[in-house]
Design a protein around this ligand. Structure first.
Ligand SMILES: Nc1ncnc2c1ncn2[C@@H]1O[C@H](COP(=O)(O)OP(=O)(O)OP(=O)(O)O)[C@@H](O)[C@H]1O
Length: 310
């Protein structure tokens, strides 16, 4: 694996309170990495430091091997950043704004026009070149924000909650765009929506209370949160003993007289066996649903594990 980002013992303190503590991670130079965390977990702080927009209290950031603190200009050349509040100028047109951003990136004059055309094409905003940014919808403003992040063809693009505040159609479009720009570079994006991270990322870093509480592939994460209980609604429910007799069932909780939560040992054929038993024994099963662990529950489990380890 070639590394584009390396964070070493990164910690940051605002005034007196630590916002992040001892964050270590390495990120490969292609694919999408999701930084998942609830509000206030420390995602923006980590991303702002990673992009050189905030100076860390402790630790080091290396971008493509370059130390951000020692050589900020060289390190920032490799990064495109869309902060949580996109730095858009409402009274500029899309063209004027992108030109201004390319200038800020110190791009050579002759390369600016072709780079603008390519970024606009990629982000689907070419037809709005002359439009004032204030007259664009939220989804299109976000695309302009992404265009400024890729205009200088960085190896790494960092997007802080890029779908926040968008309507469902805009969310789908921006997600497709994120996938597209990750084809030839690394993308890190933050979100507090688990399903979004599951949909887009090959790797997930979960942050809670300023600490990384999970860091692995998406497959490993999905195995971790694999459901281990099902909810059954039966008109003629059996006794606890009868349910425990079904192979794989480890525990039974009666929620109401007809609703039961059945825990099982990870065996994914449990639903089939419960349905067969219900038909054979006349339990009159009306409904069966998988009980996925809620995101809050996962955060809690993972946070507890880390605090036990540390
Ligand atoms: N400028 C600041 N001054 C003081 N405290 C801050 C500042 N910015 C963030 N914090 C605090 O640091 C912690 C981490 O905040 P951060 O914005 O990094 O979290 P986040 O995961 O990005 O949350 P959100 O999704 O709400 O943006 C929070 O407790 C927050 O209140």
């Amino acid at each position: 694996m070639k590394t584009i980002v390396k964070l070493e013992h990164l910690s940051h303190k605002y005034a007196t309170a630590w916002a992040i503590r001892d964050i270590n991670m390495e990120i490969a130079d292609t694919g999408i990495v999701g930084l998942l965390g609830s509000n206030g977990a420390g995602k923006s702080t980590t991303m702002n430091i990673l992009c050189g927009a905030l100076n860390q209290t402790e630790g080091n950031v290396y971008i493509h091997g370059i130390n951000m603190r020692e050589h900020p200009q060289e390190a920032k050349r490799e990064i495109g950043f869309l902060p949580q509040n996109p730095p858009l100028y409402m009274d500029l047109t899309v063209n004027e704004y992108l030109h201004y951003c390319a200038d800020l990136r110190l791009m050579p004059k002759e390369k600016i026009k072709p780079a603008m055309d390519e970024a606009k094409e990629r982000c689907g905003i070419a037809h709005f070149s002359q439009r004032l940014i204030r007259n664009l919808s939220g989804g299109y403003r976000q695309r302009v924000g992404i265009a400024q992040a890729i205009i200088h063809k960085p190896r790494l693009v960092v997007l802080d909650e890029p779908t926040n505040g968008l309507d469902p159609n805009q969310i789908i479009e921006v997600r497709a765009l994120i996938k597209d720009i990750a084809v030839d570079r690394a993308v890190i994006f933050s979100s507090h929506i688990l399903s979004e991270v599951q949909l887009l990322c090959k790797e997930i870093k979960m942050i809670e209370g300023g600490r990384i509480v999970f860091s692995d592939s998406m497959d490993a994460f999905n195995n971790y949160v694999e459901p281990h209980s099902v909810l059954l609604h039966m008109e003629n429910p059996p006794t606890e003993v009868e349910l425990l007799a079904v192979s794989g069932v480890t525990k039974v909780d009666f929620l109401t007289a007809r609703q039961v939560r059945v825990y099982f040992n990870g065996d994914q054929e449990i639903s089939e066996r419960l349905i067969t038993a219900s038909v054979q024994k006349g339990w009159r099963l009306r409904e069966i649903s998988i009980d996925k662990s809620a995101l809050d529950e996962i955060f809690k489990q993972l946070s507890n594990q880390t605090s036990l380890q540390s």
